[in-house]
Design a protein around this ligand. Structure first.
Ligand code: COI
Length: 355
């Protein structure tokens, strides 16, 4: 289908940021995509407009009851000047799984991808080309009906904003330190752990601040029932290489079904590694650490890409992983994924889509 979204260009284009000092999530491009949903009419009037503030009444549902969702994906420019998106169809599918949980109307998956492509195309000059940088794409939906009764909204906005970014962690591929969180929990069965909703992140801030106060960059979450099994790392999925086997928590409602997680599993299996999606207790992680069998730990995510972990702290115990250095497998996965994403390596998996 040909969507042909109308475009209103900004009269005041902004200066592009210096690619050498790009942080994550601080600078936004000149335009955004916006589309409305009205009960009885569906999604309508998708268009590209200058990036700018929204006018919302103080009674707007999202401010009070957090009925919203978001996604994250990236665009890259190849050395020939082509613009590539990495698996946007997966973000479209996950949007609908989140929407279903949050009583937000379904969004046509082709429409989602075309909206992303259209706004990226308008702002393609903002895609940074320096190694380790990309254009982060943040599609999101908010319930924007002004109404204080607790029920699903009957009006929504779907918006896509863009943000040239450097590495998510200031240290880039320098291994991070994690605090194993044994007080607060991120998700419980039946909750919203698998959905990409702001509430999950708001409820995690307290643990993140605690981790920072102890000199750690992020939290390693344990399951919310027994506080025994490893689940996620802050804003990403977690992988453990123990005695050659690679273990990650199974998707079962409390884990975010990461697109990078899915891609990493596919690559590892293609390379012939043993990958197990199974419950792994924190006792077993520390026992492996102490006996020298914990070879590597890394986080995967759109923002984090592959982010190696160098140290774990749990109660009064601390273990160093791979002497605090990036592991061979973490580096290999990063090189392969980033290579495919930026068009430097052949995309034999069919994961990239040209804008
Ligand atoms: C992403 O990796 O795209 C995320 O959504 C993580 C984000 C909260 C920084």
């Amino acid at each position: 289908m040909n969507y042909n979204f109308p475009v209103t260009k900004t009269d005041n284009p902004k200066a592009k940021p210096n690619p050498d000092t790009l942080k994550f999530g601080a600078v936004f491009t000149d335009h955004m995509f916006i589309m409305e949903y009205t009960e009885g009419k569906g999604w309508h009037d998708g268009k590209i407009v200058p990036y700018g503030p929204l006018a919302l009444e103080p009674a707007t549902v999202v401010f009070h009851y957090a009925q919203e969702m978001f996604e994250g994906l990236k665009a890259y420019k190849t050395s020939e000047g082509k613009v590539l998106l990495f698996r946007p169809d997966m973000n479209a599918k996950r949007t609908n799984s989140t929407n279903e949980r949050m009583c937000i109307p379904q969004l046509d998956e082709e429409l989602f991808v075309e909206a992303v492509k259209a706004v990226v195309n308008v702002d393609k000059d903002w895609i940074p080309e320096k190694e380790g940088t990309s254009l982060y794409i943040r599609p999101f939906i908010i319930a924007d009906e002004p109404f204080l009764g607790v029920r699903a909204s009957n009006h929504y906005l779907f918006i896509v904003i863009l943000c040239p970014v450097g590495p998510y962690y200031a240290g880039g591929l320098t291994p991070t330190k994690l605090l194993v969180e044994d007080e607060y929990v991120r998700a419980v069965p039946g909750g919203t752990g698998f959905a990409k909703v702001g509430g999950n992140y708001a409820a995690a801030l307290k643990a993140q601040e605690k981790a920072h106060s102890k000199g750690c960059e992020q939290v390693l979450w344990l399951d919310g029932v027994e506080r025994k099994y490893v689940e996620e790392i802050g804003t990403s999925n977690a992988f453990f290489k123990i005695d050659g086997e690679i273990v990650t928590a199974p998707l079962g409602g409390t884990i975010l079904p990461g697109i990078t997680r899915n891609s990493v599993i596919a690559l590892l299996e293609k390379w012939g590694y043993k990958v197990s999606q199974k419950r792994l207790s924190i006792d077993d992680v520390f026992a492996a650490g102490k006996s020298g069998k914990l070879n590597e730990v890394f986080a995967t995510g759109t923002a984090a890409v592959i982010s190696p972990v160098g140290e774990l702290t749990w109660k009064d115990q601390k273990i160093a992983i791979n002497n605090g250095e990036i592991g061979e497998l973490s580096q290999k996965l990063y090189d392969e994924l980033y290579g495919i994403q930026t068009g430097k390596l052949e995309d034999t998996m069919g994961w990239t889509t040209e804008v």
